[in-house]
Design a protein around this ligand. Structure first.
Ligand code: 2U9
Length: 344
């Protein structure tokens, strides 16, 4: 029996030596030291031994067991050390390698321009208000004094969704909705930026979808001079302090009187050049005093209140400031175009 134990010990130590993974070592442990292992088997048969043999065999069994145990521990430690070293080697980072370039995005130029415009108007006491892009015929036209036979209401000029609903053609319905919400009590002082839609053929200066920024100020004693001062302050802040504006008479159904607003040319300083078509002025805005009918339709008493309104195309302002010659650049998403506005 002692020989058998000796043999088992030798076999186990050999297998431990051969094992090259922790898993393989575990299998050796189960094989030799497990409940069903050969050493346990030998110990179970000790009952049949003489009293003289029994302690000797017991002692040998314990020795063999301890030896296997100790070798297992030592080998486990070795293998774990090797595994750790391999892992560290695998995960090591070469800090001298060049880093991967992280491509950073940027605001779309129209977003940047809208935000800049908003900031200027906020500085002049306006709040920013937004509204739905799919509008009812009522808010888009009727509340703005556009009679049913007005050419702008032609089905051919707007994107109608149903006979009564359309993609808004201007942001003015947001002002109409806001006035209604204020229930005839001023002041209302808001700017409304957003997308608008018109059935136009796209070319260098027209887009069937574009952005507007409109403004409305309704209060007691609001005058044309307030309109002029507000727009002048805005233009100077947006284009630069050396720029001025001039007003020319015009017509819009929602304002009376109505004006067209020009800004002095930034290229020639007003002397006349190719950009301003030799006039020294560039048309940038429409505006006027809110028509009494519009005040009434939207719940304000025209005897007590007056107001001014204005509207502008955001793309036009962006094109003039950054020298962009085609409105379609804003919507074709050419990265070479967009990248130029990273710092704007
Ligand atoms: C209410 C009352 C009045 C908004 C106005 C204009 C003049 C105007 C155009 C400029 C270029 C549109 O983008 S564009 O084609 N806009 O000329 N818009 S006054 O007047 C309002 C709006 C709402 C309740």
């Amino acid at each position: 029996m002692i020989d058998r134990l000796q043999e088992l010990g030798k076999e186990a130590l050999e297998e431990i030596k051969q094992a090259d993974t922790v898993k393989a070592l575990d299998a050796v442990r189960v094989k030799y030291l497990g409940k069903k292992g050969p050493i346990t088997e030998v110990l179970r048969g000790m009952g049949k031994l003489s009293a003289e043999e029994r302690p000797k065999v017991g002692q040998k069994a314990n020795e063999v067991r301890e030896e296997i145990q100790q070798q297992l521990e030592q080998k486990t430690e070795e293998l774990e050390k090797i595994a750790l070293e391999e892992k560290l080697q695998e995960e090591s980072i070469d800090v001298t390698l060049p880093g991967k370039e992280v491509k950073r995005g940027a605001r779309h130029p129209l977003t940047a321009v809208v935000e800049e415009m908003e900031d200027i108007f906020i500085g002049l006491g306006f709040s920013v208000t937004e509204g739905p892009e799919v509008e009812t015929d009522y808010y888009n036209f009727e509340a703005l004094n556009l009679p049913p036979d007005h050419p702008a209401r032609d089905m051919q000029d707007s994107f109608y969704v149903t006979p009564d609903m359309l993609l808004r053609t201007q942001t003015s319905p947001v002002q109409a909705r806001t006035m209604e919400k204020f229930k005839g009590k001023g002041p209302v002082k808001i700017v409304c930026p957003g997308k608008v839609y018109r059935r136009d053929d796209d070319d260098a200066t027209h887009s069937h979808q574009f952005m507007q920024m409109e403004g409305l100020y309704v209060d007691e004693n609001v005058r044309m001079s307030d309109l002029k001062g507000t727009l002048e302050a805005f233009v100077k802040e947006y284009f630069g302090p050396d720029r001025t504006i001039r007003l020319r008479p015009s017509f819009f159904p929602f304002t009376e009187p109505s004006v067209e607003v020009d800004v002095s040319c930034g290229i020639c300083g007003g002397d006349g050049c190719r950009i301003c078509k030799h006039s020294g002025w560039i048309e940038v805005l429409g505006a006027g005093m809110v028509h009494p009918n519009v005040l009434t339709y939207n719940g304000f008493d025209p005897e007590k209140y007056s107001g001014f309104a204005f509207g502008m195309g955001v793309e036009r302002f962006a094109m003039l400031k950054y020298g962009i010659d085609d409105i379609r650049h804003f919507y074709t998403n050419d990265i070479r175009f967009l990248e130029q506005f990273k710092r704007v």
